[in-house]
Design a protein around this ligand. Sequence first.
Ligand code: ATP
Ligand code: MG
Length: 360
Amino acid sequence: MELFKDWGIDENPFKTSPLEPNEDGTKLLIGRTDEIEMFNANLFNTPSLVTVEGPNGVGKTSLINVALYKCYENYYKWYKEEDEKNEKERKRKRLFIPCYRNFQIDPSKKIEDFIDEVLTEIAQTLLKRAKDLEDLGFEIPDDSTSIDKWLNSPMISSFQATLGPVGMGFTEAINSSKGFEKSGFRHKIKNWLQEIFPAKPGGGVVCTIDNLEIIGTSDSAKKNIEELRDSLFNISGIRWVLCGASGIVGNIASSARLKGFLHDPIEIKEVNTHCARSIYHSRIKYCSHNDSFYIPLSEKAFIVLFNRLSHNIRDTFKYASDFCMYTYYKMSDRKWKRESEKDICFEEWFDMRAIQQHKK
Ligand SMILES: Nc1ncnc2c1ncn2[C@@H]1O[C@H](COP(=O)(O)OP(=O)(O)OP(=O)(O)O)[C@@H](O)[C@H]1O
Ligand SMILES: [Mg+2]
């Protein structure tokens, strides 16, 4: 009972998860050329924290992920294309590596655990990129093998897996594990970053703290962010992007401790209808590997949703998936024969959803 596979499509083309910092994310991001340029200008030209804000579901996280991946990829390509490399030239260019995971402030989590979580992910990112870094002429410290063995040992992995409200704090795991005291672990990662990114302000692993709207409702979340100023935001070799709903950057910047640390926010606005059409087609193309597939939602219906949902792409995808599900269970042979029938069915569903919403 895999509806999209039954229709000749590999997976749901309307998945609501953000685009990832990889090749596929780059292919699927539509538009946003100006925003990426602005993002790079902020990242490359000042040491401040880059900030991004905009309405829900417009594509903030996707934009950051793809922009960072492109920075990394461009550096790699540039390095590989140049024949003669000299040290001076390399120091002039800056390498930014997107951290493999984005972070969120959890007011119930101890700040010390958050710091360890971030440093762990940075170490994992560097380990995963170790081969690339060597290709790019960076020296991988001898320590990396021991960090790798330790971080990826079954014991630590199981501690990481239990992180969360019911799990043991990661700090305790680090403290109680053989060979690495907490301070030793932090020290090693900081040294490693220093070796790879010695220049100031230089490149770095770029970490994103996402969904910062939590600080609007939680004083302890805001306090946590402030505390990071002197514990994480000041480590050389790590750059920061803060992201959240419209207005959130002003809220953080109003804190005396963070004044002057933040860039003015890059405002992400809704994409236009032309982009939405391209998003519809590129998603379907990406998920279907030949022309013999069926999709019950027409481009026209997709745009109706997009407009009705105030250009929120995430919500548009959610409703597009809901409609696909609805038609799948409604159709006896699982297919509509003609294009016009798709839209009739969509209108029926749309009216029904609108009535249900109204009743709530
Ligand atoms: N420019 C784009 N091109 C193609 N798809 C996009 C684009 N921007 C966003 N999307 C898609 O829209 C959905 C929402 O994107 P994303 O999660 O990045 O938005 P967001 O603004 O971070 O949302 P939230 O407010 O929930 O954090 C995702 O499925 C993503 O893949
Ligand atoms: Mg987001």
